[in-house]
Design a protein around this ligand. Structure first.
Ligand code: FEO
Length: 436
C-alpha cells in the first residue's frame, strides 16, 4: 500500500489530496482511497538573519480589508521573532483569523520576554491576549498612544504594557532594538523598530503590500510595485505630509532590509523607498482621472469625447466606470493625477450614488491633484454639479468650469468639452506637468 500527498501550491495553495494506492501489475495502481483537504499549511518560521525569523500568515482568500479595501491578491500578516542571547521578542502578532499559523510556529519557543506592538490594529495586535496567555511573563512594548489603544481596543491588561519612548533602545543581549516613532502610517500610534546589529527596519503597515505569497522577499518587482502602490493609495495617501517626515527620520539609519507586516520583505530597500519618494511628492503627473457613471449613455459619450480631446492635447486620461471598476484601481490612478474630472448623470436631483461614493472616497484619500471639474447630464433639472463640488472640501484643487448637458450631448456640448480639455492641457503646461 502506498500513501501519497499531492499539492499544487501555486494555483490551489490550500489544497491537499491524499491518495492511498495499491500496486496492481506492472506500472498500474489501484486507488483505494482519496481524501481532499483544504487547509492552511503550517510552516516553520523563515530565517531572515541569524536568530531573526519571519512568521508569515498568508490570508489567501481575503478579499476585503476594513470592509472597504479590495484585496485582489489576498494579503499576509508578518510577525517576526528575534532571539537575542538573553531575551526573546515577538514583533507584532497576526490577524486572529490566522491564529493557528502563529501559535503553531511558536510551538518550540519555550519563553518569550517581550511582544512589540507597532500598531494597535487587530491584524497585527489582535492576538496579543492569546500570546500573553501562552507566555504570561511576557511584557508588551508599544508607543505612548499605542498603550491606550491596545488597552481600549484589545482589552490587554494595562499592567502588562510598557511604553517605549521615541528613540529608546532595548537590549536582547547580542541584539539591540531601537524604537522609532513613525506616527500616522495608518493610525496615530504607529512606530517602527530598528534592529541595529542586522540593520533591519521593521515598519509594520508602512511600505506594506497586500499580497499572499509563499515568497519571503520581492521576487516579482512589477507585481509588488503595483500592490504596494495600491496599498499606498488606499491606506497611506491621506498622510502624505507626515509620511514625508517619517521617511526623513528613517533616512538617518543604515538599512539593509525593510521588513513590513504585510506582503514581501525588501532586501533592496531602495526599491520601495524611491517608490514612496515619488508617491508622496507634491508634483502630480500629466494625468487626468475620470471616474464616472452612465445610465443611458449620455455621460459615457461625454467621457469618451473628453478623453479623446485630452489625448489629442497630449494629456494622459484614464476613465473608470464606477459601475464596474475595482475601486482600488481608481485609488492607484489618483496617486499621480493632476486633474480629476467626475462624470455623473442626475438621479433624483443629485449625482448618482456611486459617484457620490467615489467623490467621498477621493475626498478622504486626499490625493495631490491640483485641478478638478465635473461633467454631468440631466433630464429635467437638478443640482448634481453643486452637490459634487460640496463633497470634496479636502481636495486642494482649483475647480475648472464644469460642463452640464441636457439629454444626449450635442454639437455645442462637444465644443464645451473641447474647451474643458484645452483648459486642462493649458493648466498642466503652465504648472510644468505637460512638457510639449
Ligand atoms: Fe495592517 Fe493598519 O493594519
Amino acid at each position: 500500500m502506498i500513501n501519497l500527498i499531492m499539492r499544487n501550491t501555486k494555483k490551489y495553495p490550500k489544497l491537499q489530496i491524499h491518495l492511498t494506492l495499491s500496486k496492481n501489475s506492472g506500472s498500474r495502481y489501484n486507488v483505494l482511497k482519496i481524501k481532499c483537504e483544504y487547509k492552511n499549511y503550517i510552516m516553520n518560521p523563515s530565517k531572515i538573519k541569524e536568530n531573526v525569523l519571519l512568521i508569515k500568515a498568508n490570508d489567501w482568500d481575503r478579499r476585503l480589508f476594513d470592509s472597504l479595501i479590495p484585496l485582489p491578491d489576498g494579503t499576509s500578516y508578518n510577525a517576526y521573532l528575534i532571539k537575542g542571547s538573553e531575551k526573546t521578542v515577538l514583533l507584532d502578532t497576526v490577524d486572529p483569523g490566522t491564529a493557528d499559523v502563529l501559535l503553531s510556529q511558536l510551538k518550540n519557543i519555550k519563553s518569550l520576554d517581550f511582544i512589540v506592538s507597532h500598531h494597535a490594529e487587530q491584524d497585527h495586535s489582535g492576538l496579543i491576549p492569546r500570546i500573553l496567555e501562552k507566555y504570561p511573563m511576557a511584557k508588551v512594548i508599544t508607543s505612548l498612544k499605542g498603550k491606550e489603544m491596545i488597552v481600549d481596543h484589545l482589552r490587554v491588561p494595562e499592567e502588562k504594557v510598557t511604553v517605549a519612548e521615541d528613540g529608546e533602545e532595548l537590549s536582547l543581549g547580542d541584539k539591540t532594538l531601537k524604537f522609532i516613532y513613525t506616527p500616522w502610517v495608518h493610525w496615530p500610534e504607529t512606530m517602527s523598530t530598528y534592529l541595529k546589529e542586522d540593520r533591519i527596519l521593521f515598519t509594520c503597515d508602512l511600505f506594506g503590500s497586500h499580497i499572499a505569497s509563499t515568497d519571503i522577499y520581492v521576487t516579482d518587482e512589477k507585481k509588488v510595485y503595483e500592490a504596494a502602490k495600491r496599498y499606498f493609495a488606499e491606506i497611506m495617501m491621506p498622510f502624505r505630509t507626515i509620511i514625508k517626515k517619517n521617511l526623513q527620520k528613517i533616512n538617518e539609519y543604515e538599512i539593509d532590509i525593510i521588513a513590513p507586516s504585510h506582503g514581501a520583505i525588501y532586501d533592496k530597500p531602495n526599491f520601495i523607498q524611491s517608490a514612496y519618494k515619488d508617491w508622496i511628492s507634491d508634483t502630480p503627473k500629466n494625468v487626468v482621472v475620470i471616474p464616472y457613471i452612465s445610465m443611458h449613455g449620455s455621460t459615457e459619450k461625454m467621457v469618451q469625447h473628453l478623453r479623446a480631446a485630452l489625448s489629442k492635447s497630449g494629456v494622459t486620461a484614464h476613465q473608470f466606470d464606477l459601475a464596474a471598476t475595482d475601486i482600488g484601481e481608481l485609488a492607484i490612478a489618483l496617486v499621480d493625477a493632476a486633474t480629476i474630472v467626475i462624470g455623473t448623470p442626475t438621479v433624483l436631483a443629485g449625482p448618482h450614488p456611486n459617484v457620490a461614493y467615489a467623490a467621498q472616497l477621493a475626498n478622504l484619500l486626499r490625493p495631490k491633484a491640483k485641478f478638478a471639474s465635473v461633467i454631468a447630464s440631466y433630464g429635467w433639472g437638478g443640482k448634481a454639479i453643486e452637490q459634487i463640488a460640496g463633497m470634496i472640501p479636502n481636495l486642494k484643487v482649483e475647480i475648472i468650469e464644469p460642463v452640464l448637458v441636457k439629454g444626449y450631448p450635442k454639437e455645442k456640448d462637444f465644443k464645451a468639452l473641447d474647451k474643458l480639455a484645452d483648459t486642462i492641457a493649458r493648466k498642466h503646461k503652465e504648472n510644468g506637468f505637460l512638457r510639449i
